[in-house]
Write a protein that binds this ligand. Structure first.
Ligand code: ZN
Ligand code: ZN
Length: 131
């Protein structure tokens, strides 16, 4: 039997994204609006839930295995699938001391030797003053 329909959607690791049909009840005017604008409700719902719960859900595999560090947040599941030591960050935080964004490889976490503050980065702790 020939396969019907589109090929299954896969994530960036090549894994098929399993899907479920969900029914939602929304105001008729909202439903009409989406229909008139030709908005794909499945994609919209997926995008919104993923954005709304970005601190709990990975936007690639939709898993909940997120790890939050001082520097940022990454998905442990996705990270384990790539053959590298570098994390694939979902979000990077700003240094609590100077406000600059952590950029692993370039701007990393650092603490000053004189302990004048607890949590800094390469930008605000000169190399000679790093612990
Ligand atoms: Zn993931
Ligand atoms: Zn800093």
């Amino acid at each position: 039997m020939a396969s019907v329909g589109r090929p299954p959607e896969v994530d960036k690791h090549g894994n098929v994204i399993q899907k479920s049909l969900v029914n939602v009840t929304i105001p008729t005017k909202l439903a009409n609006f989406l229909k008139e604008k030709g908005i794909n409700r499945s994609k919209l719902f997926t995008d919104i839930v993923t954005k709304l719960y970005k601190e709990k859900l990975c936007p690639t595999c939709y898993g909940e295995d997120l790890i939050t560090t001082l520097v940022g947040r990454f998905c442990d599941d996705c990270n384990n699938k790539i053959p590298t030591e570098t994390y694939v960050w979902l979000e990077l935080f700003n240094c609590k001391n100077c406000g600059n964004k952590y950029q692993p490889g370039y701007n990393m976490f650092a603490q000053p030797k004189d302990r004048s503050f607890e949590k800094g980065c390469f930008d605000c702790v000169p190399k000679e003053n790093r612990l």
